[in-house]
Design a protein around this ligand. Structure first.
Ligand code: URA
Length: 287
């Protein structure tokens, strides 16, 4: 039969544990000094003394406890990795010595590695600051991008430009690229074999640029990099970790064109990115 504690003692212990929890203390060690036949290392004696001393300190009032807890900085957030278990798509991505963006473009060449080459006009490699702290990753080129050879220059691209400017940046400050470099027919989502073929170049781009933050625009980019089958709504707006970098997934600008009500959510996500990069929104011009 497990021993039960008298109600008042149990209540006192619970209260004290809550107090420690308020202070951010969550780990407790069993006092092994009372175990019979056990040697007592000096370091443990100190712990025991400390435990005994705290027992004598009366528990502060609830308001005082709340004030103390409010002053203690919370521990850094744990950034989860949400990749599904199993081999990674990126394990195969070779690290290229002294890699550069022009080298990657040269390696892509006049690519015919997947079926997307059949319908494309121009390869859309990527555009922007090769030393950007912030990289935006979309899905794949659309019709305008396919004609111009530049990412995000159509309607969705104009909205992305506005978003970047609202963050206090210019397009030339960031780097913009896509998971696949050729336009999928009828703007369909890229298929797994196309993603698999093209993504090593995306990894190399990210490794060369070495940004602090990656923003995945939409489910295709997010699911590709994170190698997850989870829906984007399950992790949108949360800081995630990707190969040692911070990753934020948010909705695609094309989705926002269809669902303007979601713009507020995206703006909240981008504000987190701004805070991470120490950016401030530009002051509104007075009319
Ligand atoms: N949508 C994308 O995902 N990428 C582009 O470059 C343009 C539209």
């Amino acid at each position: 039969m497990p021993e039960t504690l008298p109600g008042s003692l149990q209540q006192k212990i619970e209260e004290r544990l809550r107090y420690y929890q308020d202070l951010g203390i969550q780990l407790f060690y069993r006092n092994r000094l009372t175990e019979p036949g056990r040697e007592q290392p000096a370091s443990e004696v100190k712990v025991e003394q400390r435990i005994e001393r705290t027992e004598e300190i009366p528990l502060p009032k609830r308001e005082v406890r709340a004030a103390i807890a409010a002053k203690i900085p919370s521990s850094p957030p744990v950034i989860p990795i949400i990749a599904a278990p199993g081999p990674s798509l990126f394990d195969a991505a070779d690290k290229v010595q002294d890699d550069t963006l022009p080298k990657i473009r040269e390696d892509i060449g006049d690519c015919t590695r997947c079926k997307l080459h059949k319908g494309r006009n121009k390869i859309v490699f990527g555009d922007g600051n090769p030393k950007a702290e912030l990289v935006f990753i979309g899905e794949g080129p659309g019709a305008d991008e396919d004609i111009q050879g530049l990412p995000f220059v159509g309607r969705a691209g104009k909205l992305l430009t506005q978003m970047i400017e609202a963050m206090g940046l210019q397009r030339k400050d960031v780097y913009i690229c896509n998971v696949v470099k050729c336009r999928p027919p009828q703007n369909r989502a890229p298929e797994p074999d196309e993603v698999e073929t093209c993504s090593p170049y995306l990894i190399r781009q990210i490794d060369v640029i070495n940004p602090k933050v990656l923003v995945c625009l939409g489910a295709v980019a997010a699911k590709t990099l994170l190698e997850t089958t989870k829906g984007i709504t399950q992790f949108r707006g949360q800081w995630l970790e990707w190969r040692g970098r911070k990753l934020m997934a948010t909705y695609h600008p094309a989705y926002l064109l269809r669902n303007p009500a979601a713009k507020g959510e995206v703006w909240k996500d981008l504000q987190k990115v701004m805070a991470e990069l120490g950016l401030q929104a530009p002051k509104k011009k007075s009319s």
